[in-house]
Design a protein around this ligand. Structure first.
Ligand SMILES: Nc1ncnc2c1ncn2[C@@H]1O[C@H](COP(=O)(O)OP(=O)(O)OP(=O)(O)O)[C@@H](O)[C@H]1O
Ligand SMILES: [Mg+2]
Length: 315
């Protein structure tokens, strides 16, 4: 651990006690001084430095605007879709893709795994992707198909996508715990969890497990948002849908799963649904910076596009 202006011996003591810059940054000085032999003033200084390092110190709105304009964006490969998102999928944000089966969530994730590798001027971040697969749906062949249509170096594209299968929520947390090593080491600029919903929904069934599920979801959301900001990466998670009992709330017979505790966490929430043929509709329904809008895009052999194949026009 490296915190400017803090004595080496104190840093060692903190490390031995299991502290990291992240967990220090969310403590109060009273909590820290009670856990380790430090006076309040020194504890305050350490927390301040940790927060500074993570960029969670107060900054002016003007500075915020300047930093925001420099934020990286990954193109979806559809101009219309990028448009409703303010230029694509942003770094330092948690983006949720919710939708029914076949709505295009996984296809969009594959496309983003390719696009994150593109040069900046082509809508990429010149970085790599990490795909946490909970449903064993990652398909290298499909990625090859998409990449070859765009005449990209297929081997390089595959070499720059890292995959882990998470077999349950416990395993998912343990992978997330490893991200501090994996992200810098592999130059990850996009992290995907496809799907976040599956294990949470299958492991915590019934009212008795609801509180535990909510707590774990809040925890994972908190960890993901912290990681997105710390490493300036984009994080995309997929969510399933459930029947909506109170249709007036969401205005549709279906709504994203995982409930209210989760609902407030992602900065961007996108609802995908099937339309005619290979067309899909993306609705940005909850965003911290963009209005609610819809975009039409297509899932074709070449991947995500703005326009269908010409043959489909005569369907
Ligand atoms: N090689 C391909 N060429 C053209 N379209 C394809 C191809 N592979 C998949 N698709 C389209 O993508 C759809 C599957 O989308 P996707 O796998 O993204 O669904 P999903 O939203 O992840 O669903 P689930 O909830 O089941 O995981 C298929 O129904 C098909 O329309
Ligand atoms: Mg899928």
């Amino acid at each position: 651990m490296d915190l400017e202006g803090i004595n080496k011996k104190v840093l060692e003591k903190l490390e031995i006690a299991g502290f990291t810059i992240e967990n220090l940054s969310i403590l109060t000085s009273e909590e820290l001084s009670s856990k380790i032999d430090l006076d309040i003033g020194e504890a305050k200084k350490i927390i301040n430095k940790a927060q500074h390092k993570l960029g969670i110190q107060p900054i002016s709105a003007m500075k915020f605007l300047e930093l925001e304009s420099k934020r990286g964006k990954i193109t979806t490969s559809s101009n219309e879709f990028d448009g409703i998102l303010g230029g694509g999928v942003w770094t330092q944000e948690l983006t949720e893709l919710a939708g029914g089966f076949g709505s295009g969530k996984t296809q969009l994730c594959f496309q983003l795994c390719i696009n994150v590798q593109l040069p900046f001027e082509e809508g990429g971040l010149e970085g790599n992707a990490f795909f946490i697969d909970t449903e064993r749906t990652f398909s290298p062949r499909r990625v090859v198909e998409m990449a070859s249509y765009r005449e990209l170096d297929v081997e390089e594209i595959l070499n720059n996508i890292y995959i882990s299968s998470a077999v349950n929520t416990h395993h998912l947390f343990s992978i997330v715990d490893q991200l501090d090593e994996i992200i810098p080491e592999k130059n990850i600029k996009l992290l995907i969890i496809d799907s976040l919903a599956s294990h949470f929904r299958s492991e915590f069934i019934g009212k008795g497990k609801l509180v535990e599920r909510q707590q774990k979801l809040m925890k994972i959301a908190e960890l993901l948002i912290m990681i997105a900001v710390k490493y300036d990466i984009a994080i995309v998670v997929t969510n399933q849908i459930i029947a909506n009992v109170e249709e007036f709330l969401f205005g549709s017979p279906e709504e994203p799963a995982l409930g209210f505790a989760w609902a407030h966490r992602p900065q961007q929430r996108i609802f995908l649904r099937k339309s005619r043929g290979s067309s899909r509709i993306a609705r940005l329904f909850d965003s911290s910076r963009m209005p609610e809008r819809e975009a039409l895009f297509y899932v074709t052999e070449s991947g995500i596009t703005d326009a269908p194949y010409s043959t489909e026009l005569f369907e």
